[in-house]
Design a protein. Structure first.
Ligand code: FES
Length: 134
C-alpha cells in the first residue's frame, strides 16, 4: 500500500510536461514493466532552473518523477548527479519494497539529461530517440 505522501504526489504531480528547447533531455525505460520516463532540464550556469517530466508508468514512477524534479530544481548539475533514488524515496517517506525499482527511472533520467547537457556543451550530439532501459 502507498503512503499518503506518495498518493498525493501521484494524484497531484508537479512539473508535468516537456521544456521546449531544453538544455538537457533524458529518456529511460524499465525493461521488465515497459514503463518509460522522459525528463527535460533548463540549466543556467550549471544550475538546474527548471525540470519537467513525462512518465508512462505506475503510480510510484509518477510520484518519484514529480518529487525528483522538485528536488533538483535549484541544484547544481553536480549536486543533481548525486541524487539517488533512495533519497527520493526517503523524501516520499517510503515506497512498498516491490515498487522501489520504479524510483530508479527518475534518477537515471536525470543523469541522462545531464549527460545530454554536457554533450551539448562540448558540441557533441546524443541520440535522443534511443531509450535506455534500466
Ligand atoms: Fe514500471 Fe513502476 S511498475 S516503473
Amino acid at each position: 500500500m502507498y503512503n499518503q505522501k506518495v498518493l498525493d504526489a501521484f494524484a497531484n504531480p508537479k512539473n508535468v510536461g516537456c521544456i521546449e528547447n531544453a538544455d538537457g533531455e533524458g529518456t529511460v525505460g524499465n525493461a521488465t514493466c515497459g514503463d518509460i520516463m522522459k525528463i527535460t532540464l533548463k540549466i543556467e550556469n550549471d544550475i538546474i532552473v527548471d525540470a519537467k517530466f513525462q512518465t508512462f508508468g505506475c503510480a510510484a514512477a509518477i510520484a518519484t518523477s514529480s518529487t525528483a524534479t522538485q528536488m533538483v530544481i535549484g541544484m547544481t548539475i553536480d549536486e543533481a548527479l548525486k541524487l539517488t533514488n533512495a533519497r527520493v524515496v526517503e523524501e516520499l517517506e517510503g515506497l512498498p519494497p516491490q515498487k522501489i525499482h520504479c524510483s530508479v527511472l527518475a534518477e537515471e533520467a536525470i543523469k541522462k539529461a545531464i549527460e545530454d547537457y554536457r554533450a551539448k556543451q562540448n558540441n557533441k550530439t546524443v541520440e535522443k530517440t534511443e531509450i535506455e532501459y534500466v
